[in-house]
Design a protein around this ligand. Sequence first.
Ligand code: MEV
Length: 422
Amino acid sequence: MTSSEFAGFYKLTPDERLRFVAEFAHLDKAELEILRTSSALKVDAANRMIENVVGIMPVPLGIAMNFLINGKDHMIPMAIEEPSVVAGASHAAKIARSKGGFWTSSTRPVMIGQIQVLGCADPDKARASILAFTENILAKANEQDPVLVSKGGGAIGLEARVINSIVGPMVIAELLVDCLDAMGANAVNTMAEAVAPLIERLTGGRVYLRIISNLADKRLAQARVTVAKEAVGGPEVVDGIINAYAFAAADSYRCATHNKGVMNGITAVVLATGNDTRAIEAGAHAYAARSGQYSPLTRWTKDGNGDLAGEIEIPMAVGLIGGATAVHPVAKVAVKILAVKSARELAEIIAAVGLCQNLAALRALAAEGIQRGHMRLHARNLAATAGATGDLIDRIAEKMVEERKIRIDRAKELLAEYVKGA
Ligand code: MEV
């Protein structure tokens, strides 16, 4: 199996699905077992990841199907507790195939390390002194990570600004670090701490904060897609999606929800691959507000043909080495399923998933409303809670959706009826 396009994947059992994923991603028996068991992360390993560990909090891992990205099929592992997200992504990815799927790009993975200097007698002169010693500061920073440097990364630039604050002016030096395949927080923070004494000597000021910035606006991932109007549901749905985008662009209340929908997809893949979900969320929302007006992370237009064209640009500080990605057994298998060889490739796929998730939400909102999909899953949960098993779960759920009576008492009634009638 080399295509990720699969009609009715949702109808299979988890074990049947897993077999397809294993075949697609060439998973071995041990990797298969890691996905099959909910306790793949052992308490011992968890105890080394964070403090005061008392247990494990498992989250469902689903596979979004149908993704065609840069002409290549992908299955997308998503860790998320919310219903309809994986189904929405799979469906939108399917309609995105109508015109060749998603196309992506990214910048060099450069992160910013900030060094805050206070108490400079002349802040502008202090700024100039920092910049005059750029080479020395970069050399000091690069001494901290010879491995990163040997592979072509490391500190590659230095900027300095004077900002005004409620406690007076401060000089902010910014190290620009190419983190290659790492998320980079450790490398950047170590470098920022190491150059602080030199910066104090150069400025005569006192350094306080030395820390990475999560507004990773030099580490961007972009994705774009064109979807045939027929595949979206017709010209009216295309217009509906553009109207929804226009609403988000004009109104922060809607925009927060619009971007939340984008992040449904993004955070799920970030979590599945053991990356830092909070770093990505912080960067995304700060980037969305970079013009001073909180804005949509995606943009939707209609092309000359009347088809729907979408794009996203988003900071994407994800890594493949270090952190939980390197130690969490499920994250390692998730990376294998994605078949990515570099952090940039991973970042680009995640951007495509964000754009796709937004397409799913806007299409559903513009066409049938969001509740239909949600309610179907909710109805299945109620049917199971009422005691239904096997095929009966779907029969009862479908009946409740049809009747628009999605309630536990109705599920129980239907179960009694169907069991009696069997
Ligand atoms: C729900 O988790 C996400 C949506 O609200 C996003 C949106 O409204 O665009 C459906």
